[in-house]
Design a protein around this ligand. Structure first.
Ligand code: PGA
Length: 252
């Protein structure tokens, strides 16, 4: 499983240091050993370098992801952070199109596809979030909305593969109504979305699909047991290193 902790804008340098000290002290390496699980921490841009240095210094088996990248490659874009910038400071991937970015920062499906293309060209793993709102679901529009979100990403992924870029595309199904709400999607909902996404698009290399939205210690094992699910993207629960470790133990 690809197990991603999305720290959002909740961490400080000090808190990251304490978090990693707990993982080192409790033996993250031995907990993960032989499980095949991969652990990812997604931090804000300013802490990527510190996080990657600390993870290396403490010998922790974890990958570092950004939470977003610019849709521009370089140039006069004040305040933006490019895909090259994140690579330079130790990130190997980035979350893209999180619903909070789509909702509060007006990111469109096309922006997300552009960012996916830039990541693939730069050798950065894209983890693209998609998901319907509560209103979409109530109106019976779930699959329609998800198709609109995923289609441009599938196109970019196919083009990259044609250009010889062989980097996995990860997709995270995160229903907006499930994020931070305490209500997770049911296994049946997730199964339906996974088969729609895998079957309806002309993937040359099928994407790996993660689930995110109110994953916690109580539901982590049953969600992870879903056939064909490749991982989990977790916000609030994994801000606590003890809950993070207990979740890993529930999975191994
Ligand atoms: P949550 O957040 O686990 O707090 O629901 C998930 C996410 O937003 O990625």
């Amino acid at each position: 499983m690809f197990l991603v902790a999305n720290w959002k804008m909740n961490m400080t340098r000090d808190r990251i240091g304490r978090y990693l000290a707990v993982l080192e002290g409790k033996g993250l390496s031995s907990i993960l050993s032989g499980t095949g699980h991969e652990v990812v921490f997604a931090a804000t841009h300013v802490y990527l370098e510190y996080l990657s240095e600390e993870v290396n210094r403490r010998g922790l088996p974890a990958k570092i992801f950004a939470q977003d990248v610019s849709s521009r490659i370089e140039g006069a874009f004040t305040g933006e952070v490019s895909v090259r910038n994140i690579l330079d400071v130790g990130a190997v991937g980035s979350i893209l199109g999180h619903s909070e970015r789509r909702r509060y920062f007006r990111e469109t499906d096309e922006d997300v596809a552009t960012k996916t293309g830039l990541c693939l060209q730069a050798g950065v793993i894209p983890l693209v979030c998609f998901g319907e709102s509560g209103e979409d679901r109530e109106a019976g529009n779930t699959l329609k909305v998800l198709r609109e979100q995923v289609a441009p990403v599938a196109e970019v992924a196919a083009k990259a593969l044609k250009d010889g870029i062989d980097i996995p595309v990860y997709l995270a199904y995160e229903p907006v109504w499930a994020i931070g709400s305490g209500k997770n999607a049911s296994c049946a909902d997730i199964r339906e979305v996974m088969s729609a996404v895998l079957e309806e698009f002309p993937w040359t290399a099928p994407p790996k699909i993660l689930y995110g939205g109110s994953v916690n210690l109580d539901n982590v094992a049953s969600l992870a047991a879903l056939k064909n699910l490749s991982g989990l993207l977790v916000g609030s629960a994994w801000l606590d290193p003890e809950i993070f470790l207990n979740s890993l133990m529930a999975l191994s």
